[in-house]
Design a binder for this molecule. Sequence first.
Ligand code: DI6
Ligand code: FE
Length: 433
Amino acid sequence: VTAAPHWDDLWLNVNLATMDASATQPYGIVEDGALATHKGRIAWLGPKKDLPAGARATRSHDAHGAWLTPGLIDCHTHLVYGGSRANEFEARLDGASYESIAQAGGGIRATVRATRLASDEALTFRATERLADLIAEGVTTIEIKSGYGLDLATELRMLEVARQLGLRYPVTVMTTLLAAHAVPEEFTNRADDYIDLVCNEIIPRADALKLADAVDAFCEHIAFTPTQVERVFRTARAHGLAVKLHADQLSDLGGAALAARFGALSADHLEYTSERGVAAMAASGTVAVLLPGAFYFLRESRLPPIDGFRARSVPMAIATDCNPGSSPCTSLLLILNMACTLFRLTPAEALAGVTRHAARALGLATRVGQLRVGLDADLALWDVEHPRELCYAIGANPLIASVHAGALRERDILRQASAKRVDSRELIGRLQL
Ligand code: DI6
Ligand code: FE
């Protein structure tokens, strides 16, 4: 006879959208369910009527019929940066293009100048405000890239700031070294020399300091060639680091196939990806990370090959791409709506894109992204009638509470953190663990 379980937390009067890959229907719905957590993990879930006899919990929560989903995952962000590019937004409305601004020394280079000048405190402060918005929408895992330093010291500083955010706030942070984001000013017309620096110094240092979980690059005519990206990827793989790629965003340089050839976790953007690229991704198991915020903000008209991804069962994740140039967005819920409206994903596909598939894009499929026994107790509780409402509404935030690694935070403190009415320093203090 096994003793009746005694859990830390038990959610009752709750509906579950497990997003479980093995479920027979899209959301993995369990109506009138229950979910228990213990020591930071999901310990039990199922229909309430199947709860083991005599089960007890230190804390019981009546969810009043609300819906639990896995905590949301934003698997592609450039959250840490200095300055703003509202001036470029205005210039584009005056006729300038994203590429012409970049070629004239603005764009990524403008943010690099601001980021190099910013103190660690300033970078942290701005990133915390953006992070608070995401956390207030139920995000419990986030990827954060470097890529606005483009020198050894600043790239490392960005990664350190990102790591610190993960230690201070209720969110799991995965860091990505994106030193090959643009050719820095001081290397103008010497892109290969800059790639030498990336491969010989920046990747080895970041790895030695354990600051990077993965390595990314921007393969594009305004950034790096496939040959240069290959050098970065070979170096990353030699250090045992996972790779991913900003691929085929503005033109088709064969980025998706290149990423697939290196067994990349994900290839991201993908508006110009060819059928050959889709097939290569399917064969390598590379996740397609779609970024409707950048598509929207740059007024792109070419759609990623979504039917191709569906036909070959390439998992599609979606993310904010939060960055000052192409997607100044801190709402993953808005991105859910854009994925449906602009990319025609179904709400179930979009929700899988910020849970199960986003987890896989970060190499975290065995830890987060589904409600399953043994996975991290990362949960979001929503005041909705059905999970499809998370994709339907524009500008609403029905989050009631979120749980990260078993620790509960209720909506009012999370919501205050995104409303700028209260002094930010005080909020930051209150959000701390
Ligand atoms: N593609 C993007 O959309 C972001 N980075 C990238 O490689 C935008 C970067 C920026 O404009 O600051
Ligand atoms: Fe990006």
